[in-house]
Design a protein around this ligand. Structure first.
Ligand code: NAD
Ligand code: ZN
Ligand code: ZN
Length: 236
């Protein structure tokens, strides 16, 4: 595993410092004018970045106080990546906080409703309860893992196999699950799905997470892209 870069290096890597701040724009992190000092000046100790310093993200060109971006980064899981708070563009490789576990894949010939022309891919996720790490909401406290192994289904066609490949990338980057509060059960300190929807029912649809769903593959591709997982990752 790569050592995360120093927070200031990450900020300098993805933002270009501006000479003059755009006169009338606000910093949407601290809500102060970009022309006035960062609202995080007191909260953030940093010798090399001044409270007045303003920078522009290299690709999307959105501008913020450098100190505000530093504070935002320090507040996250410090994986060396940054996400623009304005347009969500990802800089670097976003990773999550999924606990350790297993992802297993198999196929069978039975079809899914709405995909009669092909067989099915089955993904089995196994995660056990454990103790939260520094990247989790309550480090040192236990977390539970309910309903594992969780079984998920994709059509075994070209698009389904592409989604599978991207889900493997997302699993490696710890983006499929997270530790938090279940919106279904209300339980906190538990393993929950993380913004990439899975179909956990095959020939029933009792939970609403089943087939048929003609938009599912496109929707999950968009959710993967929002986490920085795209086809470009497969060519690397
Ligand atoms: P959650 O309730 O916090 O929801 C997080 C996201 O997952 C939401 O977007 C939600 O729409 C989606 N989601 C909710 N239920 C889902 C389901 N059954 N299948 C696929 N996606 C679902 O997430 P959570 O607490 O991880 O999951 C919800 C509940 O479903 C949990 O109680 C879990 O134990 C249970 N579950 C059980 C099994 C099983 O095989 N027994 C499988 C999957 C989920
Ligand atoms: Zn600011
Ligand atoms: Zn942006």
């Amino acid at each position: 595993k790569v050592t995360p870069s120093e927070p200031e290096q990450v900020v300098r890597k993805y933002l270009e410092e501006l000479r003059g701040a755009p006169a009338d724009e606000d910093c949407i992190i601290c809500m102060e004018k970009l022309a006035s000092p960062s609202g995080y000046s007191d909260a953030c100790e940093c010798k090399t970045i001044k409270p007045e310093a303003v920078g522009q993200l290299t690709q999307c060109q959105h501008a913020f106080h450098l100190l505000c971006v530093l504070a935002m980064y320090a507040n996250g899981n410090k994986d060396g990546s940054l996400q623009c708070p304005s347009c969500k563009t990802i800089y670097g490789e976003k990773t999550g906080t999924q606990p350790k576990g297993k992802m297993e894949v198999s196929t069978f010939t039975q079809s899914l409703p709405g995909h009669q022309d092909c067989g099915t891919i089955q993904i089995v996720y196994s995660i056990s309860r454990g103790i939260q790490g520094p990247e989790h909401p309550n480090p040192g406290m236990p977390y539970t893992a309910r309903g594992f192994p969780r079984y998920c289904y994709l059509p075994d066609n070209e698009k389904g196999r592409k989604v599978l490949d991207l889900l493997r990338v997302a699993w490696k980057r710890r983006l499929i699950f997270t530790v938090g509060t279940s919106s279904t059960t209300g339980e906190s300190n538990t393993v929950v799905w993380n913004e990439i929807h899975h179909k956990t029912e095959m020939d029933t649809n009792l939970s609403g997470h089943g087939y048929p769903d003609p938009n599912y593959l496109d929707n999950v591709l968009a959710e993967l892209a929002a986490q920085g997982v795209t086809e470009a990752c497969l060519r690397q």
